[in-house]
Design a protein around this ligand. Structure first.
Ligand SMILES: *[C@@H]1O[C@H](CO)[C@@H](O)[C@H](O)[C@H]1NC(C)=O
Ligand SMILES: *[C@@H]1O[C@H](CO)[C@@H](O)[C@H](O)[C@H]1NC(C)=O
Ligand SMILES: *[C@@H]1O[C@H](CO)[C@@H](O)[C@H](O)[C@H]1NC(C)=O
Ligand SMILES: *[C@@H]1O[C@H](CO)[C@@H](O)[C@H](O)[C@H]1NC(C)=O
Length: 498
């Protein structure tokens, strides 16, 4: 609805009212394309792109490879997902960032049979003097002891089936370990180590050599017949709640709106989503709205799992980082956080080629005034008023007609669900009329008609706000505020699952 005609039609009325609520500061009302009292720094993404070099150099330093240790008992619970590095700094295991809130969902491994597995490499060392080595690799989960009356591949694969996240096992004999020989109830030296990633014979680097026979200067531990087995087909991981998966990315994203990265000890999409949800918002870009998870392979060996965070959803067009030097990007996937508000930036409202127009209705939004009010809420297409892009919503009479608060209503109910926690976030500014003019600036946020938050910032540059709510299902969202000449601008509204 091109409101320019409306604007022209009413401009005489409005002009005749100038001064009624003016602040004696020569204010030109927003409807007349006035110049804001101060100019926000342009919203720009320069220097906010993925720091691929920092990710790579950290990948070369991180060490998150392990295996079944000689002195750990069998059948411990599988290792939880942990963060091994944050933005280039290693995380020391004892002081791990708490991931207790992360629900690691068993990526619905349907029951497998032994025929669902294939051998990756065989073992050597059947003769007395022969030696082999066990895997030291990423995403180690736990191990068990299987009966050594035979070389028991079947029980080892069953153990993988029963271990959440297992896709690979390393089966081997460990000799001269007193705990295996005399202490653990299984009385077997045949170890079956489960991993969340596939490893190769190249990673057989644990030759034993420890003194665990129980007698001083006794024989050292050694390994024989170390074989590796993997599941034949890997499905896609299940999509985390509150996210939509992107089609296959190929490479890792090199995209603006980058918020940093963490390394995970395993490829865990749910953990990466939880980290994105918990990430502190960026002052300019707001909360994390997209993550890119990928597996770093260095010289053919899985090395770490990158979880890169963005406040601007990236897409396949920027998935151009396939690696550098000896580092290869593999299994890159992107997940976009679902926003339940469409056109929260009002960008669908354009002026058919003009740079300035305003309205009280767009496809997604309705701006309304109380009785006798006039344009107390409005939507502008005018870059200088907006936080990002070209368009923005305004609360407070655009023409200076009155000092009533206006109401901005999302035009339809949200596709939200009952009992689910959501965050409402937006950017707000109240600097249009200057320090004196903006003293009464305010915005109230309504969820299903209930007031859930009020801001009274006075004069303010663009600032991020966030409110948490619980859905009732098909929820309604409104903003009320403005008291001309105190003007409240709102832009980039998102409602997302918390
Ligand atoms: C972004 O950086 C480019 C190249 O350095 C520069 O030409 C451009 O003016 C910058 N844009 C903004 C908005 O600062
Ligand atoms: C994994 O995390 C859960 C919940 O925080 C905890 O109870 C459990 O002990 C952890 N398991 C391991 C192996 O650390
Ligand atoms: C089976 O394991 C037990 C305990 O480690 C060991 O004493 C025994 O020699 C092993 N048997 C074979 C055939 O390796
Ligand atoms: C891979 O390359 C990096 C940087 O050139 C180097 O520091 C690292 O040692 C290399 N790693 C391997 C396993 O070759």
């Amino acid at each position: 609805m091109p409101s320019l005609t409306r604007f022209l039609a009413f401009s005489t009325v409005a002009v005749s009212l100038v001064g009624k609520y003016s602040c004696d500061c020569g204010l030109i009302y927003p409807a007349f394309q006035g110049v804001p009292a101060s100019n926000a720094d342009p919203y720009n993404f320069n220097g906010t792109s993925t720091d691929a070099n920092s990710i790579a150099s950290t990948a070369f330093r991180v060490n998150q490879k392990s295996g079944a240790s000689t002195n750990a008992p069998p059948n411990l619970p599988a290792a939880n997902t942990t963060v091994t590095a944050v933005d280039g700094d290693m995380v020391i295991p004892v002081s791990r960032r708490s991931l207790s809130s992360i629900r690691t969902i068993d990526n619905d491994i349907s029951r497998r049979t032994n025929s669902d597995y294939e051998q990756v490499f065989g073992g050597t060392g059947t003769e007395f003097e022969d030696r082999d080595a066990a895997i030291i690799g990423t995403a180690y989960l736990t191990y068990t002891l299987v009966s050594n009356s035979t070389y028991n591949v079947g029980d080892c694969l069953s153990f993988c089936d029963a271990t959440a996240g297992c896709v690979f096992v390393n089966l081997y004999y460990e000799f001269n370990n007193e705990m295996l020989d005399h202490v653990y109830s299984q009385h077997s030296n045949l170890k079956c180590a489960a991993y969340g990633d596939v490893h190769s014979a190249e990673e057989k680097i644990n030759f034993g050599g420890q003194s665990l026979s129980g007698t001083p200067d006794g024989p050292l531990t050694y390994v024989q017949q170390s074989s590796g087995w993997t599941i034949k087909s890997f499905g896609d991981p299940s999509t985390p709640e509150g996210y939509d998966p992107l089609p296959d990315l190929g490479g890792a994203n090199e995209a603006p709106g980058y918020m940093g990265f963490v390394f995970l000890n395993k490829y865990d999409v749910d953990a990466c989503a939880a980290i994105c949800n918990a990430q502190d918002p960026d002052d300019v870009g707001g909360s994390c709205k997209y993550f890119n998870i990928w597996r770093a392979v260095v010289d053919g060996v899985p090395t770490t799992y990158t979880c890169a965070l963005y406040y601007i959803p990236a897409d396949t067009s920027t998935a151009i980082n396939y690696g550098q030097g000896n580092l290869t990007v593999t299994q890159s996937r992107g997940y976009k956080r679902i926003t339940y508000v469409l056109d929260g930036g009002f960008e669908d409202y354009t002026c058919d080629g003009l740079s300035f127009c305003y309205t009280d209705t767009t496809a997604g939004w309705l701006a309304s005034s109380p009785k006798d009010g006039y344009y107390d809420a409005s939507i502008f297409h005018y870059q200088p008023y907006s936080h990002s892009g070209e368009a923005v919503a305004l609360l407070g009479s655009a023409t200076g007609h009155d000092n009533y608060p206006g109401m901005l209503t999302y035009g339809s109910s949200l596709s939200t669900e009952a009992g689910v926690k959501y965050v409402i976030e937006f950017f707000h500014s109240s600097f249009y009329s200057g320090r004196e003019g903006e003293v009464d600036a305010f915005v109230e946020v309504y969820w299903n008609g209930n007031l859930i938050g009020t801001i009274r910032p006075g004069y303010s540059q663009w600032k991020y706000y966030k409110f948490e709510v619980v859905g009732q299902g098909n929820d309604e969202l409104d903003f009320r505020g403005g008291k001309a000449p105190s003007y409240d601008f709102i832009d980039d509204i998102f409602v997302m699952q918390a």
